[in-house]
Design a protein around this ligand. Sequence first.
Ligand code: ADP
Ligand code: ASP
Ligand code: MG
Length: 503
Amino acid sequence: MSIIVQKFGGTSVADSKKILAAARKAIRVKNEGNQVVMVVSAMGKNTDVLVDLAKEISDNPPAREMDMLLSTGEQVSVALMAMAIISLGHEAISLTGAQIGIITDSTHTKARIRSISTERIRKALDEGKVVIASGFQGIDESFNITTLGRGGSDTTAVALAAVLGAASCEIYTDVDGVYTTDPRIVPEARRVSRISYDEMLELATAGAGVMHNRSIEFAKNFSVPVHVRSSFSDNPGTMIVHDPEAPNTAVCGAAVIKDEARVTVLGVPDRPGTAVAVFSKIAAKNIAVDMIVQNVGLNGLADMSFTVDRDELPATLKAIEKAVKELGGEGYNYGDDVAKVSIVGLGMATQKGVAGTMFRSLAEKGINIQMITTSDIKISVLVDRQYAQDALRTVHEAFQLHKPPEEGLARAGALPSHVKTDAAELVRQLERVARLERMEKLIIDDVALDQTQSLVTFVELPDMPGLAAQTFDELAEAGILVDMIVQSIGRENRANISVTVPR
Ligand code: ADP
Ligand code: ASP
Ligand code: MG
């Protein structure tokens, strides 16, 4: 018998009718001869309501108590879902994270999964029950309730699919799949039929809230095919798998994070150990740093800029004050009115002119780029928050993302078939069990050294719209494939841009 994991997000269980509809979906799959595990989120906007309540009581609620509070949302939904299934004539059991045995670390409000036991779930499934698991929660070694971070029910679902060796993991939500960008912000966005794990991970991290980014790490590491689809229609949805929709397109999607804040540490000594001194103080407060840019040092001094979640700005500034004192830096400044816009695509690693196209489109709208960072398959720019939506729509249009990839480029290939139980599968199961020990441990799986690149820095360019566009248009025209791009925050209306290019 195959195990199917079905996850229902908040809007998909927002009222009793929707809970019953979700229950019927699970029963249908069970009647087809499968075992079903449902993962359920808090009803509607319940988690937001709880967060607001806590904020009414305290400006700075203790993280442990936040987890205690927020985990109740999911407990309500699973109980109601079990009642729904039972009322429709089938057996069911609801379980909290602790009852399943989802053990996490103790980083309250953003805990990482250490291990999951499958005994209780398997026993219930073998007894013919639909298992209804609370999303987004676990317990640490001292039995404190933890949560996995907003949107974390996706991660619960994919993690359960991984440990149970499920044939598929279906994510039921309020959109009918993954789009080239958030269709609520850019209505022209197009649903993609499939997307690779690598692209989805970058998009989710860059702000595509349709999937919790950590769920994609699980999916990739354990080869779980994820099917994102609508709770309210039978549209085909999107498969998240190893292969991209079209291997040669430079850009598959765009995303925005509106609530970022930027911090710049000014004039710190340009020598080994400076970055550690700054970032270890921030890490000690469990604050995740997003973009990081260090400008090329002049006169033995460097500026370092980075972004954090806007909510974490006050705590970050406290950490930075300490670091600046220790290092004897000139000081720091910050901006809490910035947003990050990113484009993602496997193809951009090998294609020229991608950066130039992005920067040119923004320049034509008069949108100034404050910072630039890149990875192999992503380019991110920091812009004034008031331009966030406009910038997203502009880059979406610039890469014609509303159009399907060119014919011939799209790989038609069949969607991955359900896993069969054979010898090969047994071996895979054993390998999977060996990896379970590590679950969400941060693993560096590759280290590379590239000695074929040169660094070029354009210094003291005027900090105004169109600057990056012009630079990169000319590089593309000359047929130069640019690898890393870094633009640091401007100082006195001057900015530096650094690129690496083949030597
Ligand atoms: P759920 O409660 O079901 O987990 P979420 O609100 O977390 O639902 O995620 C679905 C929402 O994600 C959509 O309503 C959509 O506005 C947003 N979204 C952001 N980026 C994308 C994208 N690239 N594709 C589809 N939806 C997206
Ligand atoms: N209920 C939690 C949230 O709103 C978890 C989830 O829905 O995935 O973030
Ligand atoms: Mg979600």
